[in-house]
Design a binder for this molecule. Structure first.
Ligand code: SF4
Ligand code: SF4
Length: 195
């Protein structure tokens, strides 16, 4: 009789928890679980993740706005720091940010419990310093990204021009695109000489 077996099972489980112990007990997630994106200190602020995020959950904005003149643009306002925010309430957990990050700085972690009345409490923020142009003083790119790109250029460029590029790197790496274009001939760092 089904009702007896049901009764027996109920008696057997008397006093036991019939469901998991969540949220007091959290089961470990599988290795490839896609929970909340976590951004580590390795983030250099390149914004590749923000460009590729299909839902716009990752955004970047300048902070510590300063006023200074660009080579051609005249006085303008620029941030000296860049803030990257992951808005978890907009995240699709697709993993695209993790795929494109060149530094493996963003990973979808094991956090999956987002029940809250204040969704923005799960948002993540990372802040990086922007490098100022050595000529016009305009902040133009994340400092960490410039250093990373410099290392990759030296590492991967044609060996026949490696020494020349390495010698010129400190002179042009810290110039904004406007100043680089304007004074590269005078500095003798124009790319033409490597070809
Ligand atoms: S380093 Fe990675 S996490 Fe940081 S901005 Fe670039 S892609 Fe995003
Ligand atoms: S997992 Fe997808 S939706 Fe979520 S932040 Fe990354 S790229 Fe955007």
């Amino acid at each position: 009789m089904p009702s007896f077996s049901l009764l027996a099972r109920s008696l057997r489980n008397l006093g036991k928890c019939a469901t998991s112990g969540f949220p007091d007990v959290r089961e470990p997630t599988p290795p490839r679980f896609r929970g909340r994106p976590e951004v580590s200190e390795d983030c250099m602020g390149c914004q590749a993740c923000a460009e590729q995020c299909p839902s716009g959950a990752i955004r970047t904005e300048p902070r510590d706005i300063t006023s200074c003149g660009g080579a051609d643009a005249g006085p303008a306002k620029f941030g000296t720091r860049l803030v990257l925010t992951v808005e978890v309430a907009r995240c699709l957990f697709c993993g695209r940010c993790q795929e494109v990050c060149p530094k493996e700085a963003v990973k979808l972690g094991g956090c999956y419990d987002f029940s809250t009345q204040h969704p923005s409490g799960f948002d993540l923020r990372r802040e990086v310093a922007l490098a100022a142009c050595g000529v016009c003083g305009r902040p133009f790119a994340p400092r960490g990204q410039l250093e990373w790109v410099g290392l990759r250029v030296v590492d991967q460029i044609d060996p026949s021009v490696r020494d020349a590029v390495k010698a010129d790197l400190p002179a042009y790496r810290d110039l904004c695109p406007d100043c680089r274009r304007t004074i590269s001939i005078r500095l003798n760092t124009h790319t033409e000489k490597y070809i």
